[in-house]
Ligand binder design. Structure first.
Ligand code: SDX
Length: 434
C-alpha cells in the first residue's frame, strides 16, 4: 500500500489491560482512516460495518468524491471541467491510463477503438438465442463474460502489457453489443460501426440508422451522449466497482470481472435507478398523483416506495452530476419535439423535496439518475436500456479499478469476516426424532 502512517489511535479493549496503538492514515485530500489491517492478528477482534458504510476497502488514485461538498474528480480533474472540455474517449483514456491524451495519442486511441468495434461473427448469433424482450443487462452481462471465450488471451493479461489493445476492445465492443441488442429487440438487422464516425456518433448510428428513412445524427444528441457517459464514467468504490475489484482479486479475467460489475449495476438501488426514476414518473403521471402524493409516499415508513433518483450513500448534498444532467436535460428537451410532462413532475419534485425537512435532515438530494433518463428517453433510447447506457459510461472506471488492483503489490484476495449469529454446536438427531 502506497500510504503513510502519520498518527496513531489508542484502542482500549474490555478484555485487555494495555491499550492498543492503531496506525492512522491521512490521504491526499486530508481524509483520515484507522488502519485495521493487523487488528485481528494483534487483538483477536474484527470490526463490524454492514454495507461497508465506514470501511475503506483499498487505497486508490482514480476518483475522488467529497459527499459533504459535492465534489467529484477523475484523476484530479473536476467533473464540471471534464464535461466542458473533453469527450468521452478522452475521459476513458484518462481513467484507464492516468493522464489526458495529447492530440496524437487521442487520434491513435480513437482509431484503435474503431478498429476494435466489430463483434465476432459467431457472437452475433448469440442475440438470436435471447427473447426479443430480454432485459439488455441480462444480455450485456452474458456477452461480457462470453468475450473471454473469443479472446482467451484475456485470461492472463499483464498490466504491464499495453492496455490499449485488451481493454480498448471492451470499451468499444460494449457499445456495439448494446446497439445490436436494441436492433434485436426491434427485429431489425444490425448496423455495423463505421470508421468515419466518432464513438458516440457510431453508437447513435448503430441504434437508429434505417434503410427506410434518412437518419441524420443529431449533433446535440452526440454532445449529450458524450457528457452523460462522462458523468457515469467512475465513482470511486461504489457497489459495482467494488464487485469488479473483488472478482479481480480472485484472479478472474477482465471480462468475467466486468460481467460481475454489470450484474451489480443492474440493481434498482444502483444503476437500475435511472430506469426506476422514469417508471416512477410515468406511474405518477398515469395515475395523476400530485407531487404532494409522491412525497408523502416516499416519507411513509410503512411503504417500500422510495423517491428514485434521490439520496446517495456518499453525497449528502447535491450530486454534482445531477446539476450537470439537469442542465443538459433541459437543453435537449427544449430543442424540439413534443413537451415531456414527466420533466414538469421531476422539476416540481426536486423543488419541493429539497425544501422538505424529511429530505433535508437525511441529506437526500437528486443524484446522477434523477434527470438522465429523461434525456435518454428524448434521444429515443428505450427505458429498459438506461442501465446499459450507465454501463457503457462506467466501463472505463471499472477497467481502471481492475488494472489498479492488478498492479497492487499487496493485492490480497478479498475475503471479509463476519459476526456469526447462528446456532452453537449441536448433534444431528436421527430422522425419526427431527
Ligand atoms: C447510484 O455509490 C455510488 O457512488 C452509486 C452511484 C455511482 O455513480 O456508482 O452514485 C450510482 O447508485 C446512485 C443512487 C441511485 N439509487 C437511487 O436513486 C435509489 C433511491 N435511493 C435510495 O435507495 C438510497 O438513497 C440509496 C440506496 C441510494 C442510499 O441508501 P443508504 O445510503 O443505504 O441510505 P439508507 O437506505 O440507510 O437511508 C437513510 C435514510 C432512511 O430513512 P430513516 O431510516 O433514517 O428514517 O434515508 C431514507 C431511508 O428510508 N431514504 C430515502 C431515500 N433514500 C434514503 N427515503 C425516501 N426516498 C429515498 N430515495
Amino acid at each position: 500500500m502506497g500510504i503513510e502512517h502519520r498518527d496513531f489511535a489508542t484502542l482500549i479493549l474490555p478484555d485487555r489491560k494495555d491499550p492498543v496503538q492503531i496506525p492512522v492514515i491521512e490521504d491526499t485530500m486530508g481524509g483520515r482512516a484507522i488502519d485495521i489491517h493487523a487488528l485481528r492478528k494483534e487483538t483477536g477482534y474484527i470490526t463490524y460495518d454492514p454495507g461497508f458504510v465506514n470501511t475503506g476497502s483499498c487505497d486508490s488514485s482514480i476518483c475522488y468524491v467529497n459527499g459533504e461538498e459535492g465534489i467529484l474528480r477523475y484523476r484530479g480533474y473536476d467533473i464540471e471541467d471534464l464535461v466542458e472540455n473533453c469527450d468521452f474517449v478522452e475521459v476513458a483514456y484518462l481513467l484507464i491510463k492516468g493522464e489526458l491524451p495529447d492530440a496524437k495519442e487521442r487520434k491513435r486511441y480513437a482509431d484503435l477503438l474503431n478498429k476494435e468495434s466489430l463483434l465476432h461473427y459467431d457472437m452475433q448469433s448469440f442475440f438470436r438465442g435471447y427473447p426479443f424482450d430480454a432485459h439488455p443487462m441480462a444480455v450485456l452481462a452474458a456477452m461480457s463474460a462470453s468475450l473471454s471465450a473469443f479472446y482467451p488471451e484475456m485470461d492472463d493479461i499483464d498490466p504491464e502489457l499495453s492496455v490499449d489493445f485488451a481493454v480498448t476492445r471492451l470499451v468499444s465492443k460494449i457499445r456495439t453489443i448494446t446497439a445490436f441488442q436494441y436492433r434485436h429487440m426491434k427485429g431489425e438487422d444490425f448496423v455495423n460501426p463505421s470508421y468515419k464516425l466518432s464513438y458516440c456518433e457510431n453508437f447513435l448510428n448503430m441504434m437508429f440508422k434505417s434503410p427506410v428513412f434518412e437518419y441524420q445524427i443529431n449533433p446535440l444528441h452526440v454532445k449529450a451522449l458524450n457528457q452523460l457517459l462522462i458523468l457515469h464514467a467512475d465513482h470511486e468504490q461504489n457497489c459495482s466497482t467494488t464487485a469488479v475489484r473483488l472478482i479481480a482479486s480472485s484472479g478472474a479475467n477482465l471480462y468475467a470481472s466486468i460481467s460481475a460489475g454489470l450484474a451489480a449495476l443492474w440493481g434498482f438501488k444502483h444503476g437500475g435507478a435511472n430506469q426506476a426514476v422514469i417508471e416512477m414518473l410515468e406511474e405518477a403521471y398515469e395515475n395523476q398523483w400530485s407531487v404532494d402524493d409522491i412525497i408523502a409516499k416516499a416519507k411513509d415508513k410503512n411503504s417500500t416506495f422510495r423517491l428514485m433518483g434521490f439520496g446517495h450513500r456518499v453525497y449528502k448534498t447535491f450530486d454534482p452530476r445531477a446539476k450537470i444532467a439537469k442542465k443538459l436535460c433541459k437543453e435537449v428537451l427544449s430543442e424540439g419535439g413534443e413537451h415531456d410532462p414527466l420533466l414538469d413532475i421531476a422539476l416540481e419534485l426536486e423543488e419541493r423535496a429539497t425544501q422538505d425537512p424529511y429530505f433535508i435532515e437525511r441529506g437526500l438530494y437528486p443524484n446522477v439518475d434523477f434527470y438522465t433518463g429523461l434525456t435518454f428517453r428524448r434521444m429515443g433510447i428505450p427505458t429498459n436500456m438506461f442501465t446499459a447506457m450507465f454501463a457503457i459510461g462506467r466501463l472505463p472506471g471499472w477497467i481502471a479499478h481492475w488494472l489498479e488492483w492488478k498492479k497492487d503489490p499487496f493485492g490480497k484476495i478479498g475475503r471479509p469476516r463476519q459476526v456469526y449469529v447462528g446456532p452453537t454446536q449441536r448433534k444431528v438427531p436421527p430422522l425419526n426424532e427431527r
